[in-house]
Design a protein around this ligand. Sequence first.
Ligand code: NDP
Length: 231
Amino acid sequence: MSAKRTALVTGANRGIGLETAKRLAQTGLRVVLTSRLGVDAEKEAKKLAAEGLDVLPEELDVASEDGAEALAKKLAKASVHVDALVNNAGVYPQRGVLDAPLESFRDALEVNFWGALRTIRAFVPAMVRAGYGRIVNVSSGSGSFGEGLEGPAPYCASKVALNALTVKLAQELRGDIKVNSVCPGWVRTRMGGTGADLAVEESVDTILWLATLPASGPSGGFFRDREPIPW
Ligand code: NDP
């Protein structure tokens, strides 16, 4: 295996995903910067490449049935092996159990749960074969029963489901392959809004840590500020 690791980040054209892609590249990884629209990935990757960073743009709509699988095949053909996967792409449909359109529940689950599941199933088997992998599911305190599931119902339900995926996958994985959930905190992005606590630059430390954990690091956990938080 080459010494240089490769990380793939979903929803990396803006917000937390873009910052994660940039900072992973700055630590010396090659980054596959993916976005729902290929043109956005190209645009952001070009800027990072101009800073000397090793970034490969790719289109990945995580809501598409076979997008992740097709991308995994394309990258494998180009001898690009993904060592770390950051499932960051997310949507934030509003309202409650009784008043949110059913479509909002479908949308939230489609991107926040199914999107991560499809991407995991596309990329983790090769990690298993290689004996190394780091999977980071960007979740939220809104997916924590222990923190009261605060937030809109479709979003909370989708992040709870994502967290279940973290635990179940950790139970299945053997060897030096780790999967964890992370809450980045409340962050000033399009999703978080302008009144949020954290600048985007302050929000990715735990994601970077989990994406590059040493072999002695945790798996099957849920973290904020590098500390465990309740499910
Ligand atoms: P943004 O709204 O700024 O960014 C969301 C990203 O997800 C965009 O790049 C968007 O792409 C992408 N995305 C949405 N749907 C798809 C799709 N079908 N396929 C691929 N990409 C898609 O949000 P944040 O950066 O704030 O959020 C990133 C993650 O962090 C999310 O999972 C969110 O739930 C989580 N989080 C955020 C918090 C916050 O306070 N901001 C708090 C807790 C968790 P496009 O531009 O094409 O729409």
